[in-house]
Design a binder for this molecule. Structure first.
Ligand code: GAR
Length: 194
């Protein structure tokens, strides 16, 4: 059986989509752990409900980047991931982690990358920018993580229409629904082809 480790910072709806896919057999793997970037987030409640181990590893708790990296590496080696999934993880992953797990870290982003990616583009800000641009189409992307934020090669995208009366919130809901289908499908494909 392959192992998945998930990183999250928020409500964890994408994490829940992965849990659901494992439970109903669309993903053939175990979720061996959740790394949370802060306490009191929805993702932790979802881990507790599904009896998945979790660890809170907060960057501000460490004096420097190398101690933070060490904590992440220790936890990762315990959970032995074949695939690491950033599911709404809003912290920059240290380069050492990215080098240690080449082609084994993926991220979901709520836009059609390379559009609306990079610094400052996260959560509702992405959808706000799409609406301000006048684009008629947006979507979500799953991509490999490299050293540059939101820059690694795109694996798969789903397109979503932008409707005339959309708000950032309504657009985010439409995109999020597609994220919940795209992410488990990509995870299963990657785990079964390797
Ligand atoms: C998702 O829309 C995800 O694509 C986005 O954060 C949200 C997390 O929601 N990620 C980024 O913006 C990364 N740059 P969730 O906690 O409900 O899965």
């Amino acid at each position: 059986m392959k192992n998945i480790v998930v990183f999250a910072s928020g409500s964890g709806s994408n994490f829940q989509a992965i849990i659901n896919a494992v439970e109903d057999g669309r993903i053939h793997a175990d979720i061996t752990g959740l790394i949370a970037s802060k306490p009191d987030i929805g993702a932790i409640k979802k881990a507790e409900a599904a009896k998945i181990p979790y660890q809170i590893i907060r960057r501000p708790d460490f004096d420097n980047e190398s101690q933070f990296t060490e904590a992440l590496l220790t936890t990762l080696s315990k959970w032995n991931p074949d695939l690491i999934v950033l599911a709404g993880y809003m912290v920059r992953l240290p380069e050492e982690i990215i080098r240690k797990y080449p082609k084994r870290i993926i991220n979901i982003h709520p836009s059609l990358l390379p559009k609306y990616g990079g610094k400052g583009y996260y959560g509702l800000k992405v959808h706000q920018a799409v609406l301000e641009s006048g684009d008629h189409e947006t979507g979500c992307s799953v991509h490999y993580v490299n050293e540059i934020y939101d820059d690694g090669p795109v694996i798969k995208q789903t397109k979503v229409p932008v409707l005339p009366d959309d708000t950032p919130h309504s657009l985010s809901e439409r995109v999020l629904k597609e994220e919940h289908k795209l992410l488990p499908a990509v995870i299963n494909k990657l785990l079964t082809q390797n």
